[in-house]
Ligand binder design. Sequence first.
Ligand SMILES: Cc1cc2nc3c(=O)[nH]c(=O)nc-3n(C[C@H](O)[C@H](O)[C@H](O)COP(=O)(O)O)c2cc1C
Length: 325
Amino acid sequence: MKTKITELFGIEHPIIQGGMHFVGFAEMAAAVSNAGGLGIITGLTQGNPENLAKEIRRCREMTNKPFGVNLTFLPSVTPPDYPGYIKSIIDGGVKIVETAGNNPQKWLPALKEAGIKVIHKCTSVRHSLKAESIGCDAVSVDGFECGGHPGEDDVPNFILLPRAAEELKIPFVASGGMADGRSLVAALSLGADGMNMGTRFMATKEAPIHDHVKQALVAASELDTRLVMRPLRNTERVLKNAAVERLLEKEKALGPKIKFEDILPEVAGVYPRIMKQGEMDAGAWSCGMVAGLIRDVPTVKELVDRIMSEAEGIIGKRLGGFMRH
Ligand SMILES: Cc1cc2nc3c(=O)[nH]c(=O)nc-3n(C[C@H](O)[C@H](O)[C@H](O)COP(=O)(O)O)c2cc1C
């Protein structure tokens, strides 16, 4: 399949693995890139720029295909060493960066000067247009279904993607709720040039996370996610568990008075405990509604090949079959 996204990034299939905290290590990114998609290392998960440089080197030992690095810009009291992370990306010869979380404008000149292609992930048409206007090469349009931070507009992909297609000149991929060949064909028909998956890639053999997490995804249905931190305007879609129930109780009890400090036990530093130790009730962790479509734990290559052959079958046989000749 050839689309503007496969051309832009020099990849075989129009499938991207979005940055994921404590999942986006070299093993994950290399597996996706080796399968013909675009794998992405999560920058901040590495903890500091030196470790990111090491992770980039490790990834390069595992694949000679293109891969990218995610840079998530979060509001924080002591901001991470973004210039340092960017230096590691540039010095490591990485040519693709996925930005997310906030406007990446400040960091674009350095990235562009190094010949890096930037795909910005955002959850609205207005933010996508902003990304286009400041010089991003592509956007990842993240619908309300998505695992992680869906923003505050709550527009699902059936509306968001065609709206993005109406307004954007740069190519975009559909993100949120994508799982299989049906998702890919739907994304393409709504105007996207590919798709970005997070949750689905966690349930793969190569995903470097505890098996408990993979099994939780297989067991979960589309009804099992919850939105947390809405009162803080930092909404996150997570898989329900004991910690999430506690967090939601606090939100109900404290109402608009709630502060980030009130929910620290449920959200701060929980990712390593969940992803590495498999402590499934340790806290809130991002998960998309797409969990309802996850029923197995294949290798990344099996997953990607299955998506592409399913998409081909849908386009060639099912859709083609509807046309009267
Ligand atoms: C466990 C997990 C962690 C994530 N961490 C990040 C992150 O650190 N930065 C980021 O930009 N997106 C993050 N995301 C969002 C994904 O990159 C992607 O946009 C999202 O998962 C797409 O929706 P889907 O899960 O329905 O495929 C995360 C998603 C998950 C499931």
